[in-house]
Structure formats: C-alpha cells, structure tokens
Design a protein around this ligand. Structure first.
Ligand code: CO8
Length: 260
C-alpha cells in the first residue's frame, strides 16, 4: 500500500518511517495516524526488520505537534477520541518487539515530542527543538506526554516544561536526559543508521527480551522487575540465538544470530 502522509522505507534490517505532511510541518492528523497504524502492523509482521527509525521528511521538522487546524474543529468528545487514538498508536510504537530510534531532525513540538518519547531513544540534530507547548494553546499534552516526559526527565522538570510550554534546544534536552546524542544536521541519519545497523546485528531474541524487561520493569517495583527479568532471562536462554552467541565466543568467531 502506498501512503500519503508518511513514507515507509524498508532496507533490511532497518525500516524508516518519515512523517510526511510538509505543508503542515508534518503535524499529526487522523489520516496520518491511519497510515502509521498500518505501517506499524507491516513492520511488526516483517521478521527481517530488526530496527525501526522514526524521522520527519524534509529538513525543518520532525513533527510540529497535533494538527491544530483539525484539532480546533473537534468537539471535546472528538478531541478525547483523538487523544486516545494518539496514545494507542504511540503505545504501539513503544510495544514493538524491535528497538525504535527517533531521529529528530527539527521541530518536535507537542505530539512531536510525544512521538519521540515513545521511541526507545532519541538522536537529535543540532537544530532540533523539543517541547510541550500545549499550555500556550489552552490545552494539555494528550498523546502520553504528561506520563512519558515525567518518566524520562523527572517530575519537576516535566512540570516546568509543561507549565511554561517553552521549547528547549537539543543541547538542553540532552542535559535533561531526553536526547542520547546530538549530530550535525546532515550527519543525523548517517549516525542513526550506523547505530541501527549495529543494534540489528545483535541477537533479535535478546533485543526483544531486553526491551520487554526494561519496559515492564518501569511500571513496577524493583523486586517485581527483577522477577520479570529472571523469568525472561530463562526463556531467552532457551533461544538458538543464546546458544549461537555463547558458542561463537568460545569458538572465537563472530556470532550469526537468526532471531530464533
Ligand atoms: N498544526 C497544523 N499546522 C501547522 C502546525 C500544527 N501543529 N505547525 C505548523 N503548521 C503549519 C502552519 O500553520 C503553516 O501553514 P501555512 O503555511 O499554511 O500558514 C506551516 O505549517 C508552516 O508553519 P509556520 O509558518 O508557522 O513556520 P515557522 O517556521 O514560522 O514556525 C513553528 C514553526 C514554530 C513550529 C510554528 O509553526 C508553530 O509554533 N507550530 C505549532 C507548534 C505547536 O504548538 N504544537 C503543539 C500542537 S498541540 C499538540 O501537539 C497536542 C498533542 C495532544 C493532542 C491530543 C488530542 C486532542
């Protein structure tokens, strides 16, 4: 299927989704969510894809938020449905069994920061701008931002960012722990793809296990988190990948992980 509001590029083992609404700086609307939903299903079903990258088409914007023109026409109930829709799609990104990297190439405002926060980690261009400016529109973040931002940067910083609504540059976002790496604008995708391919060469089963354990542990206490880790450790050890990884080490050769 061809898309209009996103671009899906698959170059095994890495898939890239570009948000692609240039006239609205890639703002999120229902049509884009419909396509993103389908693309995420395709990625989940394609066993050859080992890492997903999310970025914005063009050189100006990752995503400039929810589409304000569309939002302004919604009734409160429609707005609530739209918010839930976005929350579910971003959870779908978070729940993918493969690592997801956000390559934030420009504006990541409102829903844009929320999309990036749903990824496993963020690399940003020097000219990226992050923020949750909903308060300046008389709104609050509605695609999971109140929850994910606080988990990533801490409650007090999240409150400050959300209460003031003023965007921050990539450097500050990195100091806050939101961004893992800052790159020159024209080197961003190169760096992200380098990291994506490095990860893609690791054992797929172990990657899925590690992501699952980290995510599950975030929502529980340490003791329960360690119990989850222990259970998944056992399951993971039964995989062919685990046998291959340990044998390859002992035989002094590079492992070839099949994802089984
Ligand atoms: N929605 C719709 N259109 C947009 C958006 C947006 N979020 N952002 C930019 N555009 C459009 C502009 O209207 C403009 O269109 P046109 O050329 O037809 O006038 C075009 O994109 C280019 O934008 P600018 O001319 O404004 O470009 P600048 O470089 O001057 O400024 C900015 C770029 C700073 C990014 C500016 O466009 C801006 O402030 N955008 C809005 C940012 C924002 O407030 N985002 C948060 C939106 S709310 C949100 O995300 C809520 C998420 C949770 C919702 C829950 C569901 C109810």
């Amino acid at each position: 299927m061809s898309f209009e509001n996103i671009i899906l590029e698959v170059a095994d083992p890495v898939a890239t989704i570009f948000f692609n609404r240039p006239k609205a700086l890639n703002a999120l609307n229902n049509a884009l969510f419909d396509e993103l939903d389908i693309a995420l299903d395709q990625i989940r079903e394609n066993k050859d894809i080992r890492v997903l990258v999310l970025t914005g088409a063009g050189d100006k914007s990752f995503v400039a938020g929810a589409d304000i023109a569309e939002l302004s026409q919604m009734s409160p109930l429609q707005g609530k449905f739209f918010s839930r829709r976005g929350q579910k799609i971003f959870s779908k990104i978070e729940d993918l069994p493969i690592p997801v990297i956000a390559a934030v190439n420009g504006f990541a405002l409102g829903g844009g920061s929320e999309a990036a926060l749903a990824c496993d980690f963020i690399y940003a261009s020097e000219k990226a701008l992050f923020g949750l400016p909903e308060i300046t529109l008389g709104l609050i973040p509605g695609f999971g931002g109140t929850q994910r931002l606080a988990r990533v940067v801490g409650i007090n910083r999240a409150k400050e960012l959300i209460f003031i609504g003023k965007p921050i540059k990539a450097q500050e976002a990195m100091e806050y722990g939101m961004v893992n790496k800052i790159c020159e604008p024209d080197k961003l995708m190169e760096e992200v793809l380098k990291t994506a391919n490095l990860i893609a060469a690791r054992g797929k089963v172990a990657l899925r296990s590690a992501k699952e354990v980290i995510q599950s542990g975030l929502n529980t206490d340490l003791e329960t988190g360690c119990k989850i880790e222990n259970d998944v450790f056992g399951l993971n050890m039964a995989s062919e990948d685990a046998k291959e990884g340990t044998s390859a080490f002992l035989e002094k050769r590079k492992p070839v992980f099949k994802g089984e």
